[in-house]
Structures are given as C-alpha cells and as structure tokens.
Design a protein around this ligand. Structure first.
Ligand code: FAD
Length: 388
C-alpha cells in the first residue's frame, strides 16, 4: 500500500461538526487529503430549531470561512430579541449579539460547500464498519485513513465501533415550520413547561414569514418518552395557534453533555453530537459541533503530517486535551445549570434575575448558547430572586 492510498483525514458525517472538521484540517494543512463521507446528498433536512448562535460564526471565521459567514448573514435576518417565559412570568430582552435562524437544509449545505471549496472531497457513502490498527483506520474494508473524525450525529455508529455507549442523558425534540404571527416577528421565543420538566416549546422567527416551532424535553428514562402526538399538543399548549398550519414535523434525539466528557486515545476523534455534546441547559448543539469539529480537524491534520516530530503524541489524547481546554468550565457549569432548571423555583428565580438585570440575562445567554460559565453574577441573581 502506498501513502497515496491513505487519506490523511476521513470525516464521517457532513453536518456542522464534520464540515468544520474538514475546514479546520484544510485550514491547518491546505495540502491534506481530506475525505468527507455522508449517507445523504446535500442539501438534506435535519431536525433542529435552526437557531445559530453568534459564536458559531466566530469559529467558522477562524477556519477561513469568512465568505460563507458573510453570505449567511446577508441572506438571513438577524434575530436580536429573546423572550423567555414560564406561565405568567417572563423576560424579553435584546441579546448582546444577535443570532440567526437558518433552516438546516440551507445551513449545512453552505458549510459542506465551504469544506469542498477548501479542497475537501465529498462522497455519498453510508459508513457501516470501522476497524482500527496501529497504522491507521479502515472504513468498510476499503477506505483507509490516518485519522478519522466521527461526526455522524446523535446515534453515531463510529462512536459505537470504539466501544462507547450513548451519553446517559438524552432529550427528545420535535420541530416543524409554521407561519410567524406578528406578535412573534423578529424574536426567538422559549416557553418552559410547568409539568413535564425540564421541557420547553420554541418559536424562532426565520425572518421570511415562517418560524421554526417545536418542543423538546429531557427523557428521565426510556418509558418516559413522549409520543409525537403529545409533543405536538405541547407545542400548541405552550404556543397557542402555532400548529394548525405547521408542516414538516421531524423529531430527533439530543445527547446531552455532562461535566465529564470522554475521548479515548487513538485515531478516532469525536465531534459534535457524536461526542455527546449538546448543552443540557438549552439544547444548543451547533456551537459545540463546530467548535469540537474545529479541534478535531486541527489535531487530525497535524497527526497526519510527516515528519513525525510535528505530530501530537496520540491524536485522541491531543483532541481530548484541546476540547477540555476549550469547554471544561463550560461543561461543568452547564451540567449544574441543566439540573437546576428542572426545578421550577430556580427557573423562576433565573427569569426574575434576568428581568431585573441585563447583565445576568447576557451571562445566561452566553452559558446557554456559547462557551459561558455560571458567573458570580448569575449565582447572586438566583439567590436574591430565589428568596422572593
Ligand atoms: C429538535 C431539535 C432542535 C434543536 N435545536 C437546536 C438549535 O436551535 N440550535 C442549536 O445550536 N442546536 C439545536 N439542536 C442540536 C443540533 O441539531 C445538533 O447539535 C447538531 O445538528 C449537531 O451537529 P453534528 O454535525 O454533530 O450532527 P448532525 O447535524 O446530526 O450531522 C450528522 C451527519 O452524519 C451523517 N451520518 C450519520 N450516520 C452516518 C453514517 N453511518 N455514514 C455516513 N454519514 C452518516 C448524517 O447524514 C448527518 O449529515 C437541536 C436538535 C434537535 C433534535
């Protein structure tokens, strides 16, 4: 076998994690041979709220995808206002940095285009087997790679191939597209449930007359899985009038992150949902996907370089350290916050504290959408407003 038979990096899954991994590998080493495999053709749909946090664009810019970011920002209206409520209690404020609402069919296809534009090769291929050896990784008996990035989503087969089970905490979400009523134009609206906890319904205005609406809840055990009919009913209960003209209902699991994140040593690097990284406070996963995809791509490209002096000792270990440096404080904070919001008294205190102080609101948004932490200001706000 010659070195030409071996891909430097094979990325399995071309969602935001996979495209970012490919972009990052090629940003690090423009001559790297990077293969991006996905079982679907693009554009393809993906169940999601379509809320894209501003931090996602920071990461994409750092990978050289400035043109893609510019186009997304040109064609999709920025959403500046976030409305959070539980029952009669709520807060509506401007976010420090606006988010975009971009249907995933479009968002993911733009990122795949960027990865291909940077030199990645995209192939439609459903990966079934992954075998590792000291010299590399063999995919489906025919595709050889020095390093593989597992970016194949919540039910990752590559993750299973290295003996890792799914993360213990899962949520289930269901989304649809519905006309935007005037009252919700220009807003991201989140209404927390009061009985099934933690849960919320959302309506995110796309800016084109339509909103992404949906409902998600954390699953306490397998038996608690809500039916699709119940989830649609929950959307209607929490956001009255939003289901009658809704179409394209689509559900999916969300593997929620915990304080302890694990990446084994070796040549398979986990990213995004395949790494079990969805914010348990908010259900946000695109930021984690692009951020950990970027880490994985960088490590993979360096690991494939010769001479070996420049290579990290072990790709898996280097990736684990990179992600921990980036997210450690955030994962601990979101794990705590994710548990706290299941307590209605704490959630009410958070809403009151956010209504009283823009900075507490800003800190909570940073924690929910980006790499933020539980700040002293948030904790003081929860204590003060928890007493009321
Ligand atoms: C209902 C819902 C609402 C959500 N709302 C938001 C939101 O508003 N904002 C936000 O930031 N996050 C949201 N999330 C989370 C977000 O959707 C995910 O975190 C994000 O999609 C993760 O990206 P990824 O690239 O890791 O995985 P994915 O986007 O799932 O991409 C995985 C890719 O792998 C491919 N693949 C899978 N198996 C194989 C295989 N065997 N061979 C080849 N290819 C394969 C798939 O075709 C897919 O293209 C939501 C999730 C759900 C379910």
């Amino acid at each position: 076998m010659t070195s030409d038979d071996i891909w430097d990096v094979v990325v399995v899954g071309a969602g935001p994690a996979g495209s970012s991994a490919a972009l990052s590998a090629l940003h690090e080493r423009p001559d790297a041979r990077v293969l991006l495999l996905d079982r679907s053709d693009f554009p393809r749909d993906k169940s999601c709220g379509d809320g894209v946090a501003p931090h996602v664009f920071d990461v994409l810019r750092s990978l050289g995808a400035d043109e893609t970011v510019r186009e997304l920002q040109l064609h999709h209206r920025a959403v500046e206002t976030l409305e959070l409520s539980m029952g009669a209690q709520g807060v509506t404020r401007r976010m420090r940095r606006p988010a975009l609402v971009v249907p995933r069919a479009q968002f993911d296809a733009r990122l795949v285009d960027a990865a291909v534009g940077a030199g990645g090769i995209l192939r439609r291929h459903r990966v079934r087997t992954v075998d590792t050896s000291p010299g590399g990784v063999l995919i489906d008996g025919t595709i050889r790679a020095r390093v593989v990035v597992a970016a194949d989503g919540a039910h990752s087969g590559v993750r299973r191939s290295i003996g890792l089970v799914l993360p213990p905490r899962m949520a289930l979400g269901l989304r649809a597209y519905a006309p935007t009523p005037r009252s919700r134009a220009g807003r991201q609206v989140i209404r927390f449930g009061q009985d099934r906890q933690p849960s919320y319904a959302w309506a995110f205005d796309r800016g084109d007359g339509w909103s992404n609406v949906g409902y998600g809840e954390v699953l306490s055990d397998r038996l608690s899985t809500p039916s699709r009919a119940l989830m649609v009913q929950r959307v209607e209960d929490l956001l009255p009038g939003s289901t009658s003209a809704a179409h394209s209902w689509l559900g999916h699991h969300l593997p929620l992150s915990s304080a302890r994140w694990h990446q084994p040593a070796g040549r398979i690097l986990l990213a995004g949902d395949a790494a079990g990284l969805i914010n348990p406070l908010s259900g946000e996963g695109i930021y984690y996907a692009v951020a950990t995809g970027a880490c994985a791509g960088r490590v993979a490209a360096l690991s494939a370089t010769s001479p070996p002096e420049g290579q990290p000792a072990d790709p898996g270990t280097a990736h684990r350290e990179g992600v921990r440096r980036l997210l450690r404080g955030n994962l601990v904070s979101t794990a705590i916050a994710g548990r706290l919001v299941s307590k209605p008294l704490v959630l009410s205190a958070g809403l009151r504290a956010s209504a009283a102080d823009q900075k507490v609101f800003d800190d909570l948004v940073e924690l929910a959408l980006g790499p933020g932490r539980l700040t002293p200001r948030i904790l003081r706000g929860l204590i003060r407003h928890g007493r009321q």
